[in-house]
Design a protein around this ligand. Structure first.
Ligand SMILES: [Zn+2]
Length: 63
């Protein structure tokens, strides 16, 4: 039998392959997300393209 890719203690469930359970599948998913967001940035503000955003009004209208 194949062991769970996360805990390696239980056998892989056909339903959650290659994990033993949803719990371990979620752990793997969490790792993936954490790794993705762990990339260091200098808190770069999200850039907004005025041409593509109706919410941004560079020059407030006064009429
Ligand atoms: Zn597991």
């Amino acid at each position: 039998m194949t062991q769970c890719a996360i805990c390696k203690k239980r056998d892989v469930s056909p339903e959650y392959k290659p994990f033993c359970s949803k719990r371990c599948a979620d752990i793997d998913l969490g790792r993936w997300f954490n790794g993705n967001y762990a990339i260091p940035t200098n808190e770069v503000a999200p850039t907004v393209d005025p041409a593509n955003s109706a919410d941004v009004v560079p020059y407030p209208r006064e009429d």
